[in-house]
Write a protein that binds this ligand. Structure first.
Ligand SMILES: Nc1ncnc2c1ncn2[C@@H]1O[C@H](COP(=O)(O)OP(=O)(O)OP(=O)(O)O)[C@@H](O)[C@H]1O
Ligand SMILES: [Mg+2]
Length: 245
């Protein structure tokens, strides 16, 4: 579904992403891990279309999308989680997701979820909220940090993405919240690319793990294979979390 070939991003003298080639198959849940500054967010920004690569190509569904702007990639099915600032604090969870559904359908930005022809929108909204275990009526401004992150995922799901990019979705969650979040994410049937420092979440969610350091892929394998090598690191360098964070 996604094929990166020799993808490179240079910021002045810095090769933030340095010749990364990788493929993500349909239905895969791929985690991208690595230390701070490894280039993970930069890679995401290039895949989403927010940053133009200095070199290399990005193929999505067999087509070269390297030159496509972000909104056209979104239309083809690449979605990123919305930032916090895009949640309307005064609107309910359902109204926030309804806005995302309406935007996808090309309808006006009206959050009202009354009767009549809005019923199919309401059904769709309820589906996304159920997947993320959120109640419809709660105002977004009253959500806990973890709930707000889940609402962002629900809004991204409203785009009906084929590839969902999540950059540190569990950051700031308690360990109970992140464990539940990992379970919810596993149930999604979208192809997933997730950057996450919380290795418990990574190993719970991922079907495949890629390790990035200094802009380069340094390891790639099943969670078990990567876990084994992280264990080795743990023996020599302390806990895995200290290595990656
Ligand atoms: N717009 C920019 N201009 C210049 N340098 C940048 C820019 N964006 C990122 N960088 C640099 O590129 C490198 C990779 O940054 P990036 O944010 O992709 O890392 P990361 O792996 O996401 O790190 P973290 O785990 O801390 O989120 C860093 O050295 C960073 O300072
Ligand atoms: Mg980052």
């Amino acid at each position: 579904m996604l094929r990166l070939h020799e993808l490179t991003m240079r910021f002045g003298a810095l090769n933030a992403v340095d010749g990364v080639s990788l493929s993500v198959g349909e239905g895969e849940r791929r985690a991208l891990i690595g230390p701070n500054g490894a280039g993970k967010s930069t890679l995401f920004a290039m895949i989403a279309g927010a940053l133009r690569p200095s070199g290399g190509t990005i193929e999505f569904d067999g087509q070269d999308v390297t030159g496509l702007p972000e909104h056209r990639r979104a239309r083809r099915g690449i979605a990123r989680t919305f930032q916090h600032s895009s949640l309307f604090a005064g609107l309910s969870c359902a109204e926030n997701v309804a806005l995302a559904v309406r935007a996808r359908r090309g309808l006006g930005m009206r959050a009202w979820l009354g009767s009549g022809r809005n019923m199919d929108i309401k059904r769709e909204v309820t589906g996304y909220l159920d997947l993320m275990e959120l109640s419809e009526e709660r105002p977004a401004g009253a959500l806990s940090h973890g709930e707000a992150r889940r609402l962002e995922v629900a809004m991204a799901l409203a785009q009906q993405p084929r590839l969902l990019l999540l950059d540190e979705p569990a950051a700031g969650m308690s360990s109970a919240e992140s464990a539940r979040f990992a379970e919810l994410i596993q149930n999604l049937d979208t192809t997933l690319l997730i950057v996450e420092h919380d290795l418990d979440v990574v190993f719970a969610v991922a079907s495949h793990v890629t390790v990035l350091a200094s802009g380069k892929v340094i390891a790639d394998g099943s969670p078990a294979e990567i876990k084994a090598s992280a264990e080795v690191e743990r023996v020599y360098l302390g806990t895995a979390k200290e290595i990656w964070c």
